[in-house]
Ligand binder design. Structure first.
Ligand code: UD1
Ligand code: UDP
Length: 360
């Protein structure tokens, strides 16, 4: 039996194609949810929309300081693995859930497969970097999106069990794009617009930084004469409330702060945007796949393929004029860059490899 351990919004989306393909093949597969994300709009909504089986077990760990959160997950997962006896545990990405899933599987002698292995930002200020490095060090099977990651893993001495399979986000986009396009959506209300998402601690946790970012977006919307649509992540929402910035921008003609949205409306919103500004990992990839220009609001990215392809650009500052110039430049580019993340058959390849390794 495959146990897919997930805990957050992007993990639900990126493992959905693998779960569905395993079901289609008649393989035994269960989802174990740590409960890292729990708001309806970051969790249950996606199970419903993507027609996923309910988690066999939900640990309902919730939000805590990282060490306590991870400890609670390890404890809960050890009981879940004991009960379900999976032959392989699959984790995806770089969250605290991934670290807990990897540690627990390894310590219990259960084979571990890591989807999106080998990504590195080399920025240890990001909570995710340690999670990536530890998960890869403990994994038996490492599913890399491109050669960039196999090379990086080789430099770290990891060569066994490494496979280039593409990124499952391509599978997800292909699987749900048509359904999204067939569904009435909110993007019709906006005319031409910029899509913004932001939730990294480095952008939202400090008041000064968040305040400067919000002022920059407001100015950018005005300069472009386009509304900036901002589905707000709960981490960011809490910080905006705490600082009173939610009220300051509530009536701005340039910014529209909305609740997090489901994957189908999100696909539509991304698809029709003039440009995407984001610090999200998954959205950098999706922008590239959908051929929508992207500016990543960070100093670095663990997705250098998107920069090389020409569809993404980094900006970590808060100068509205500089951001405006980068945005204009990106919007002027022909949208013809190639997708470096594979052909949408990543999940099929992963299951073939698990089977060939006697894990199914
Ligand atoms: C986590 C991941 C990050 C990923 C993101 C996806 C880690 C270290 N971070 O960041 O890599 O990009 O998920 O969205 O694993 N909250 C709610 N409701 C929820 C969940 C969270 O209100 O359902 C609030 C709580 O105030 C919580 C805060 O958001 O303290 C942060 O949640 P947490 O899961 O710790 O980190 P994310 O910022 O969501
Ligand atoms: N997403 C969504 N609704 C939203 C915001 C994001 O469906 O309101 C999707 C997005 O398309 C992508 C994933 O959630 O597939 C990215 O999640 P997030 O940015 O929270 O995490 P990251 O990718 O940075 O880990």
């Amino acid at each position: 039996m495959i146990a897919v351990v997930i805990g957050t919004r992007p993990e639900i989306i990126k493992t959905a194609p693998l779960v569905k393909e395993a079901q289609r093949r008649g393989e035994a597969v269960v989802i174990i949810h740590t409960g890292q994300h729990y708001d309806e709009k970051l969790d249950a909504l996606f199970f419903e929309e993507l027609k996923l089986p309910k988690p066999a077990i939900n640990l309902h760990v919730g939000s805590h300081p990282p060490a306590q959160q991870i400890a609670a997950m390890v404890l809960g997962l050890s009981e879940a693995f004991q009960q379900l006896q999976p032959t392989v545990v699959v984790v995806q990405g770089d969250t605290n859930t991934v670290l807990a899933g990897a540690l627990t599987a390894h310590k219990m002698g259960i084979k571990l497969a890591h989807l999106e292995a080998g990504l590195r930002s080399d920025d240890w200020g990001m909570p995710e970097e340690a999670n990536r490095v530890v998960a890869d060090a403990l994994s038996d099977i490492l599913f890399c999106p491109t050669d960039v990651q196999t090379e990086r893993l080789a430099q770290e001495g990891i060569r066994k069990g490494v496979h280039v399979v593409g990124n499952p986000i391509v599978d997800a986009v292909q699987m749900f794009r048509q359904e999204a396009a067939n569904n009435p959506s909110i993007e019709n209300n906006y005319g031409q617009y910029v899509l913004l998402t932001m939730h990294r601690p480095s952008n939202v946790d400090e008041k000064e930084r968040l305040e400067a970012m919000m002022a920059t977006f407001d100015a950018l919307g005005s300069k472009l004469n386009q509304k900036i649509i901002f589905p707000v992540h709960p981490r960011t929402s809490a910080k905006l409330k705490e600082t009173g910035l939610d009220c300051r921008y509530a009536d701005s003609p340039n910014l529209s702060l909305i609740s997090p949205i489901g994957y189908l409306p999100m696909l539509n919103l991304m698809d029709k945007a003039s440009i995407i500004l984001t610090d999200s990992g998954g959205i950098q990839e999706e922008a590239n796949i959908l051929q929508v220009p992207c500016v990543t609001l960070r100093a670095n990215t663990e997705r250098p393929e998107t920069l090389d392809a020409g569809g993404n650009s980094l900006y970590n500052g808060t100068d509205p004029e500089v951001l405006y110039q980068i945005v204009k430049q990106m919007m002027a580019k022909p949208r013809d860059w190639a997708c470096p993340f594979g052909d949408g058959r990543t999940s099929e390849r992963c299951l073939d490899i698990l089977k060939a390794n006697g894990l199914l």
